[in-house]
Design a protein around this ligand. Structure first.
Ligand SMILES: [Zn+2]
Length: 132
């Protein structure tokens, strides 16, 4: 007989004004990728994103966005990163999964609207996302 471990229902909640900021930032950077650090808190699989930080020394281009993580101050409120895919697909790339940071990775696909944001875990599984 097989016993399955109880899976924690994960949910990412993101504030509407944070979504607006991400959307604006991505549009300014377009057609290059943009990258931002997500701030907030998490408890029992529930992640709340309520702020953004522009990463230091970030470098971006049409198909990449990154920053040296060693320059980041240790901060427990850093939940992960959000970056844009100007190509219009929100699927995480191989590079994305190699550069996973924190608990959650958000990817915004062109044209960067509310419906264009998707949340992923470190294994590339999608996580439910709600705008609050
Ligand atoms: Zn990517």
């Amino acid at each position: 007989m097989l016993f399955k471990k109880k899976k924690i229902e994960r949910l990412v909640s993101i504030k509407k004004d944070v979504v607006n900021s991400i959307s604006t930032y991505c549009q300014i950077k377009h057609p290059n990728e943009s990258i931002l650090i997500l701030k907030g808190n998490s408890k029992n699989g529930k992640i709340l994103i309520d702020g953004l930080v522009i990463p230091p020394f970030s470098h971006t281009g049409p198909t990449f966005a990154g920053f040296p993580q060693s320059f980041l101050p240790f901060d427990m409120s850093y939940l992960g990163i959000v970056h844009s895919h100007p190509s219009g697909s929100a699927e995480p790339s191989l590079t994305d999964s190699h550069n996973f940071f924190g608990l959650v990775s958000l990817i915004v696909q062109f044209p960067y609207g509310d419906e264009d944001i998707f949340a992923w875990d470190s294994k590339g599984n999608s996580i439910k996302l709600e705008i609050v």
